[in-house]
Design a protein around this ligand. Structure first.
Ligand code: OGA
Ligand code: MN
Length: 280
């Protein structure tokens, strides 16, 4: 089975038409997996996915994870709600309406999440676009001087660093599950074999062996390089969109949006089989 995929950005991102993710047969799942690997980010429209169907589809792609920051007491624990909505004065989900800086999901884990699925239940007419950049193409196009600064280097990441930089608080118990981890700053994709930059502005504390003060200008230089228009796709959401991305090869950010609009997304993380998670 092949599926029709339309390229959305020069080097990555595919829009897939004619696939119903609530009832995919094995061949369709195989084709989606191949397209995901090839395009790094896949966009599907008009999907009708309740929490069970979303988790079921995610489970066809990899091992479904429960997020470190999960706090839900009802619904599927595998589903993280990303929302600015409130019920009885309490947020129903995480991350509010603010801008999210360029980052990678769960790079701060010893075995980072391979893929994220984000499904739009309620969207905003303004703002709230999600931007992706292709870290494989960006690595390939690195100016030699910058490449020399980072080749062979490793970087240190932690959830606490993101807390400090963006003011999100972890509980002590959550923090205990997310100590500092060290990963290569250039990652070889476990399935595609392609090299890509591997860092996250929110979570990367420093380049291993350097101070934070020395590291941040280099990370910022990498970010500036990697988010040039030729490496970027910005997604404007419609209700029923599902976007699936590869955390081993892309970073993402989100535009802020006015808080008087309600936005609600369901997010699920999946991982590679154990033997493909680390080292990389
Ligand atoms: C996230 C995230 C993007 C968005 O949940 O980690 O990056 O558009 N969300 O809400
Ligand atoms: Mn994210």
């Amino acid at each position: 089975m092949t599926i029709a995929v339309r390229r959305l950005a020069p080097s990555f991102c595919g829009e897939v038409c004619g696939v119903d993710l609530a009832r995919p047969d094995d061949e369709t799942v195989g084709a989606v997996k191949a397209a995901w690997l090839a395009h790094k980010v896949l966009v599907f429209h008009d999907q009708l996915l309740d929490e069970d169907a979303l988790v079921a589809f995610a489970g066809r792609l990899g091992e479904v994870e429960v997020h470190l920051r999960q706090t839900r007491t009802s619904g599927r624990r595998e589903v993280l709600l990303v929302s600015n909505k409130k019920e009885n004065g309490e947020p129903v989900g995480r991350l509010g309406n603010q801008e999210l800086n360029w980052h990678m999901d769960q790079i701060f884990m010893a075995e980072p999440t391979a893929g994220t699925l984000l499904y739009a239940v309620e969207v905003t007419p303004e703002g709230g676009d999600t931007w992706f950049c292709d870290l494989g193409a960006a690595y390939e196009a690195l100016p030699p001087g910058l490449r020399d600064k980072i080749d062979g280097r490793r970087a240190v990441h932690s959830a606490a660093t993101a807390d400090r930089r963006v003011g999100i608080q972890l509980t002590e118990a959550q923090r205990a599950h997310a100590p500092e981890v060290v990963h290569p700053l250039v990652r070889t994709h476990p399935l595609a074999g392609e090299k890509a930059l591997y860092f996250s502005l929110n979570h990367t504390a420093r380049i291993d062996g350097m101070s934070e003060e020395e590291s941040l200008p280099i990370l910022e230089e990498l970010r500036r390089h990697a988010t040039q228009p030729q490496f970027v796709y910005a997604h404007h959401w419609r209700v029923g969109d599902l976007v699936l991305w590869d955390n081993a090869a892309t970073m993402h950010r989100r535009d802020p949006f006015p808080d008087h609009f309600a936005r609600l997304m369901r997010r699920v993380g999946v991982n590679f089989p154990h033997d493909l998670r680390v080292p990389f």
